[in-house]
Every structure is written in C-alpha cells, then in structure tokens.
Write a protein that binds this ligand. Sequence first.
Ligand code: ADP
Ligand code: MG
Length: 702
Amino acid sequence: MLVFIRGKSEIQKLEPQLDSPVKYLKGVGPRRAFLLGRLGVATVEDMLYFFPRAYQDRRTVRPIASLREGDFATVAGTIKSLRASRTRRAGELVRILVSDSSGSLVCTFFHQPYLKEQFAAGRELVLTGKVSRYRNLQMVNPEFILVGEADDGSSEFRIVPIYPLTEGLRQPALRRIVKNALQSHLPLVPDMLPAELRELWKVIPLDRALSSIHYPPDPAAIQKARQRLILDEFLLLQLGLVLRRRSAAARPGVPRLDSSPALLDRFLQSLPYRLTRAQDRVLAEIQADLASGRPMNRLLHGDVGSGKTVLALAAMAIVRANGYQCAIMAPTEILASQHHLTATRMLAPLGLKPVLLRAGVAGKLKRESLEEIASGRAGIVVGTQAVIQEKVAFDRLGLAVIDEQHKFGVMERASLKKKGRSPHVLVMTATPIPRTLTLTLYGDLDVSVVDQLPPGRKKVKTYWIGSDKLPRAYDFIRRETGRGRQAFIVYPLVEESEKLRLKAAREMFGHLRESVFRGLRLGLIHGRMSAGEKEETMKRFRDREIDILVSTVVVEIGIDIPNATVMLVENAERFGLAQLHQLRGRVGRSEAQAYCILQGNPRTESGRQRLEAMRDIDDGFLIAQEDLEIRGPGEFFGTRQHGLPELRIGSMVADVRLLEFARRQAEKIIADDPGLSRPRHLPIRERLLKKYRDRLELIEIG
Ligand code: ADP
Ligand code: MG
C-alpha cells in the first residue's frame, strides 16, 4: 500500500511503516505531531499503542424526559436554539437547547466559543455527559457527536474511547487520528504469538486486540483485548529478565576468591558485636558467591537498622584480601560520607584506608583520589554517583556495592558494573517489595534477606499527635536530651521555591534555638549546604556536640546515629509511607527505647491512613504492603524505584496473575529454545530485541 502526501512543493512517496513518525498519519500535521510527542507518541506504532484511559458507552440512548439529576447518560436530539454569550465570571459560553420526542434539555459549553460555528438549529447530535441542575436539568460540557459527522467516521451509538489529552489536542481529533492509524496500519502489525500459542493460552490475535482496545464492540471485548495486550507486555518483560539472568549466569567465569581469608576473621573479631543469625546466613551466601567462580549478582534486603552495612564491609574485606578493589555507592552525600567514616573506622584494623569520592570536589585532592583509584592503590572507594562518572577508572574493580538501591535506576547499576571487567555486585535496600513481585523486579538477581534485627532492639514507640500537642513533644525532647540522648526534628518544608524553603528552615531553626530549646545545642542540615558543611554538621551530631538536629528530608535514608532516640516529624502527612518508615528508621538503632512522634493534621483520607499505618505497624514489609494499597501500584513502583520500563497497560499488582503466568511461560520458552531461534519464536525474538536491546542491556542473544 502506498500513501501519497502532497506537500506545497514536493510529492513524497511513502511506504506505510509502523515506526514511521506519527506525522505521516492522516490528520497529523507538524503541530499535532508536536502535541502527540508530549503524550509520548512519536511513531505510528506508538499511536496504536496509545490506549484509552476510559470508555464511554453510547449504545443506549435515553429519552430526555427520563433523565434525573446526577445521571451519566447519552441522549440524541435536534438543536432547537443556540445562544452564545460572554459573562464576566465564566468567560465565553455557548448554550443550546436540544429536543427529542420526549422533551428538551439545555447544554452549556464553557470556553469553547468556536462551537457556535458548528452548532446550528436543526442539526442532530448525540450528547453524553452528566446531568446537573441549573434552574432546569442541563449538561455542562458534554461530549457530543454531530450526526452524519461522527468525529471518526464511526457510528454515534457505540462504545467510544476516551484518551488522555494534552492542551491543544482534543478528544475528537485524537479519536480520528487513532482511527486513521488503525485503518492504514493495523494490517502491518505482526503478531508475535503463533496461532498454537494463542490457542493454548486462550488469547485473541493482536490485530483484534488493538482494534478492540480502541473501539470495543462490547464491554467484554475490552477485557479480552486488555488480557492479550497485557500478556504481550509481561511476556516480553519476563523473557528479558529470564534471558538476562541466564546471560549473567553464562558470563565468563571470574577467579574463585578465597572466601574466608584471615582478613575476614580479623574483621569479624574486631567488631564490637557478634553478627546475628540472619547476618551470618547472608554472609555465608555472599561467601559462596565469591568463591563460585561466577560474578555475584545479589540483592540484600533488610529492614531499616537490620545491619546491612557490616555485611557489605565483610564482603569488601574478602574481595580486597584477594587483591581486588571495591566500591560502594550511596545515593546521598551524607550517607556516602557516613559510609566512609564507618568503613574507615571498621576497616582500620585490617590496615585499609577507604577513599571518599565526592561530586563537586575539584583540584588536587580529586586528582590524587582518581590516581589512587586508577593505580589500584585505593582498595576501597566510597562515593555517591560520583563513582560512576566517566573520569573514574579502576585498576581492578572486583566488587561493586550499591546501597539503598531503590534510589538508583538500573542504568546506574549497570554503569557501576561496567567499571570493572566482571565485578561482583551486591545491591542493598530496605524498601521491601511484596514477595510475589520480587522475582519480577529483581528477576535477574539472587536475593538474600536479613530478617532479624540485632538483639536488644526495642520497638520504636510511635505517636501521632496534632499540632496542639507539639509543646508536649518539645518537653519530651528536652527530657530525653537531658538524659544525654539526641533527637531529630524533620520538616517537610513545602515552600514554592528553594529560596523560600531555605528561609523557612532557617527561621524555624532560629525559633527553636532561641526560644523553644534555649540552652540546648542545635544543628541545622538541609540540601542546599555544601557537602563539606553537611559532613561537618553530621560529624558534630555524631560526636554529640549537637543535641537536636533540625533537618529537611536529607536525613531520610541510611543515617546511623545510635544515640539518637527521638524522631519528631512535623507535618508528617506530607510524607509518603515509605519515607516515614525510613525516617523512623533513623532511631531505634541501639538498645535504648526510641520514640517517633508524627505531628500531622491530614486533610485527605490517604493522609490519615498513612499516619494510622505508621502508628500501628512497625514491620517494613507490612508497611510496604500498606503503601502499595494506599498509593496504588503506579506511584509505588515509579520507574526509578525498580528501574524497569514503564508498562503501558499492565499493572504489576492488579494483573499479578497474568504476570506470574507470563513468568512461567517465559521460563518454559527459554528452557526449550534459549536463543529464541526456532522459526515460531522468531517474531517474539524480534519484538524483544526491538523493545529492550538498547534500553536495559538486558539480553545478549542478538
Ligand atoms: P541498615 O541495615 O539500615 O543499613 P546499619 O548497617 O546502618 O543498618 O546498622 C544499624 C546499626 O546496627 C548500626 O549502628 C550497626 O553498628 C548496628 N549493628 C549491625 N549489626 C549489629 C549486630 N549484629 N549487633 C549489634 N548491632 C549491630
Ligand atoms: Mg543502610
């Protein structure tokens, strides 16, 4: 099929192709192409895969006389009269009176003055919308189709798609474009599933699915279409993960490391405590990985305060003793410098001197660090994203540790890995993920869980108070600091601009220092301070030269000050559940009883649920479940959280059954045909490569 587009001065001949830019579709000029771009639609294929967010069922037309206030309904009638006017408050409005044989209805359109050109007495139209009352019954800004001029050439009386919009692009135009795309390009869409698999899995062909997802003949067709499209999406994802795992396992071997060098014993002996049983178990798993002759690829899960850091250090001791370099990357400067401090202190008995690599430090110091790393003299390197910058070259990187991995993307994990030939990789996180999803989110990793807190830990007592009780909370903090303990006070600081925020933080701090906590030593820490300033403040807090640390969320993750026993979070309703759990995790890191006081006056239901959950639940896994339920999967799994590509239609939570099904099928397919090279798998392979090859370095089958 050939399409001719006649331009002003040229005639272009085009083969219709799925990956042609969307501007080659009928009805799409440069302006619309730009607007579609804002919706993430670049190619014709993107357009076909641009799914409705909802549908409108216009199949049943109601007599106007039967309408009641509050109904959502479709009516059909004739325009009896038309009036365009302007009001001060509402701007331009167009009002029409529509009648059918049973009665008449007023329809008011705000902010669409051009409609007066389209409407005229005598024209027939179909309207869908909510019935409200303003003197008489009316519809405000209903969806409509002029009879004989259906916006997309289809019948007025059917189920129509409602697409996500962007300013400047309206529903009818979008419908028309999608309709055109379906007409011209649907026949080109290859179905990656052979008929026998479709039959076995009881799914419909892809072209039918794409057509019904946009224009379903009936509601059941939407379900069938969704099922097919979701399955495709999940299957590709799972194939990618299964293959990635396989290719990791098949990577060239690495030297087997002596996994219990004398150095490790010395390290363990120098600890002020004994490892918990859970820590022992995980350490053994790490040792086995390092000795296996294959690169370790392990995820270390453990609730806040379970003691993951020491395990990373133990792994480093092993790898370093074998002559390799180690790097640990943390998402914030404060955490990186804390790790540097901890590593320096704990590895000193082994004669190791970790190097801290900071972003933004230039000059001689930086050059020297880089040199030490490149020459291999630096055995242990600690840093933020600075570690993965191009300039940083290792001599022989043997182990890459990523702390608080949920704050990084997959890309960063990959970059750090690339700094060595085939380094062992250990990623750590306290953000627990419901079990059914672990396999998917971390499908290419082995998982270890530190499911036990160090002995003597007491449950952090959590209170939820209104602002009227703040003075009592302050009294309580005074009492605790009087006993030699320390406290955090965290503000969300919601000011519009950084500048205002800084001002608010400073003012709050001034107020607390001058009046509320007069006589106590207060410190302030926030994101706008330089790395050096932050480090200095944290050091003073750690050395107990500061009693109360007033802070923005920069202390959210990883910070470990065992002597701190109170965490006061003001306006806690503004924080997410995971964030609150992390903040609470800053205290309760010793045997002393710790307290978390959440001050909040939530105005939303979900805000209230969050604070209640925090008050009632202390287990991180349960908190995560709750979080998932309150926030819904979309937000819970931001792309950054797990680094996986955004799904267009499937939901890892709502469609978990299909997800698991796809996993099983992917495993079966790969077990049977690892290279996806059988003729019947070739279309799947092609699709997979297209989708993931460059995005996630997932696979090495190409
Ligand atoms: P997280 O798992 O949140 O990263 P950390 O590694 O920061 O936790 O450890 C939390 C605190 O627990 C630290 O102060 C650490 O020294 C201490 N700790 C770790 N393991 C043990 C243990 N086996 N016994 C006692 N304290 C421990
Ligand atoms: Mg930690």
